[in-house]
Design a binder for this molecule. Structure first.
Ligand code: ZN
Length: 363
């Protein structure tokens, strides 16, 4: 009735060392190690205290062993800045989202993976291949998350304590996953989604390499996927002014810097003009942000429809769904773009929170 791997999982998800969990739960680090290593089984009372310290329902530790995400199968953005603890926490959040997906697949017929394989194509060619395969032509993409979902990629949000990571992706049991940071601009969120798609298309056939090269390739893929050569060439952007770049970037749903970079890559801006434009854009605040952007962040259509169907025909509240997954509703919300009602206030660390009032945030 106790699954040691789940104790490890919960501790890593909460970014706690053994010493920290010992301090919070009142048990020794040696005892906790023994529980984690299958050498001892905690009593119900002990497990309740550990569960409270980790803020997980007791049932979480009694559920079957989950499929774990392997580090070498995952593409992380900005891995050099990441500590092992941050990385493990993000990996375990991926595990949680996969459990949710497995549960949903049991209830719904979800889109099957529909990704072309492009192992020997360069990023530019691979992006063209995917656009052709999905029949989206050379026009701006209205919504990259919806497009990925329609083609069988499961898209989840990174929890709020994992936002030191830009995004990550993996393929688990044939299902491609993308995890997105929800605190970035809409433009950068789209670029991240396209970047992860690049990894799935170009690097996932075996294992995802962690080299600098694969990051550059994924960026080039994203750039070409969001701003296809023929579509951009048709826009008369040769020698474009900063004002022209700012109007065109709205059309393509990309950051001004990303568009300027693409124009240089396509030979539409000279090195000198590109440098001038980049300098001026930086001066106006476009290096870190997109001032005056009206683009809202993309969210999951699939999850939104799923929760609608769960509430409606299946008569399941988000609390019921969370209970099925042996997590608290606020934790569930972290993985699904906040599409289920916000966490209930208070409740302390003991026991599951009261059933929250339904307040759906659409996005
Ligand atoms: Zn990457």
């Amino acid at each position: 009735m106790f699954t040691p791997e789940r104790l490890v999982l919960a501790r890593k998800r909460r970014r706690m060392t053994l010493a920290e969990l010992a301090r919070r739960s009142g048990f020794s680090a040696q005892s906790i190690t023994a529980f984690e290593n299958h050498r001892k089984v905690p009593s119900k009372e002990t497990l309740s205290s550990l569960a409270a310290a980790l803020h997980y329902p007791l049932a979480f530790f009694e559920a079957p062993r989950p499929a774990e995400l392997q580090l070498d199968a995952v593409s992380f953005r900005a891995p050099s800045k990441m500590t092992a603890m941050e990385r493990d926490s993000a990996l375990t959040s991926g595990t949680a989202a996969m459990s949710l997906n497995a549960w949903l697949e049991g209830l719904f017929k979800l889109p099957r993976p529909n990704l072309p394989t492009c192992p020997h194509l360069n990023p530019e060619e691979a992006a063209e291949r995917v656009r052709a395969f999905w029949g989206v032509g050379e026009e701006p993409l209205p919504n990259t998350v919806h497009l990925l979902e329609a083609n069988g990629v499961r898209v989840f949000s990174l929890p709020s304590d994992c936002l030191d990571i830009d995004a990550f992706s993996t393929i688990e049991s044939g299902t491609p996953y993308v995890f997105l940071n929800t605190r970035k601009t809409g433009e950068r969120g789209r670029f991240d989604a396209a970047h992860e798609l690049g990894h799935l298309i170009m690097h996932c056939e075996h294992r995802i390499p962690h080299g600098r090269n694969s990051e550059g390739e994924a960026n080039d893929f994203a750039s070409a996927f969001l701003m296809p050569r023929a579509g951009i060439l048709a826009q008369q952007l040769h020698g474009a002014s900063v004002e022209r770049i700012l109007s065109a970037k709205r059309r393509w749903g990309v950051s001004a810097m990303a568009l300027a970079y693409r124009l240089r890559k396509l030979g539409l801006l000279s090195e000198w003009r590109y440098n001038q434009a980049a300098k001026e854009l930086a001066r106006r605040g476009y290096r870190r942000s997109e001032p005056d952007s009206a683009l809202s962040r993309e969210s999951s259509q699939l999850l939104s429809k799923v929760f609608e169907a769960l509430r409606g025909p299946l008569k399941m509240s988000p609390a019921d769904v969370a209970a099925e997954l042996t997590i608290f509703p606020e934790e569930l919300n972290e993985y699904v773009f906040g599409l289920v009602p916000a966490a209930v206030q208070g409740g302390g660390e003991q026991g599951p929170p009261v059933r929250p009032e339904l307040r759906l945030v659409t996005g």
